[in-house]
Design a protein around this ligand. Sequence first.
Ligand code: ZN
Length: 347
Amino acid sequence: MRLHQLIHTNRRVMDPCVEQTPLFTFGVIADVQYADIDDGYNYTRTRRRFYRSSLRLLANALRSWSEPAGPAFILQLGDLIDGFNKPRDASEVALRAVLEQFGGGAPRVHHVWGNHEFYNFSRAELLRSRLSGRAGPGPPARPDLHAYHFSPRPGFRFVVLDAYDVSVLGREESSEEHSSALSLLRLHNHNTDLNCPPASGGLKERFTKFNGGFGKDQLAWLDSVLSSADESQEKVTLVSHLPAHPGSTEPVCLAWNYDELLALIRSHGSVVCYMAGHAHDGGYCRDEDTGVHHLTLDGVIETPPDSDAFATVSVYTDRMLLKGSGRVTDRVFKFPCFQYNGPSPTG
Ligand code: ZN
């Protein structure tokens, strides 16, 4: 089936045959990019950005999730406050404003880190902040990374990935990590302004300063987490700021080494879904090789004040139903058939 047919299929209303109570639900929201400034435009001046209104749209989402039978947890897919929050005091005021909306109690919020987190704070500051999470069993990917996993219910696992592990953002200019990331970026991007995509176009457009990638240690850690999930026959959803499938976004928003991550995902039967933000128009594709669903969620920041941009996902044994609000499209994520050729869990 071709991509456009798959997209069309997923835009149909929810499957009426599915009436069982979900095992659990969770909320998802992306790219709030709040700043107490007048409306503006994106980098290419093609999309309006509603900086103040985004806080109210976040509040709309949280209100809908505040019911007693609300979601078990919330996934915030990154870029919570905008890089325009300057000077430093403004970053802290803006962060306080959005975190006040989330409140201090249930449901638990898992914050993914995007490029705008690093425009406002250093990696060390983020690790000490309320945007940091360490929820899962076992060690994190590496102490300086924001990558961990958790299981909200037996049989299901969520993995938060750090897409700015290899990036010039969030790394001290004097560090080896910064210089190697800059070398990689300059290898593919010869512009003076590295926020401007390479002129060659196509998939190379991802090599911009506002993107990043996943380092070897993080990929090795993910490989081991997914191997364990394969053996336990868990269904795994990966979440990160940067999309990892060319069919789910524009090339300019892809992770630098999306291809390595995709190859890793394809080598494990446990992955059912990958969720990202960053590309404010959203996107979706189902990977033809594996049936894994790749969702890029529409960004709050470019959503008109009279609309909304969030989703509530109901999880069943064989699928997830994403109910979109405002401009987010409803989708059905049927789980791909589990294919595992390793040792038996009981063997
Ligand atoms: Zn972003």
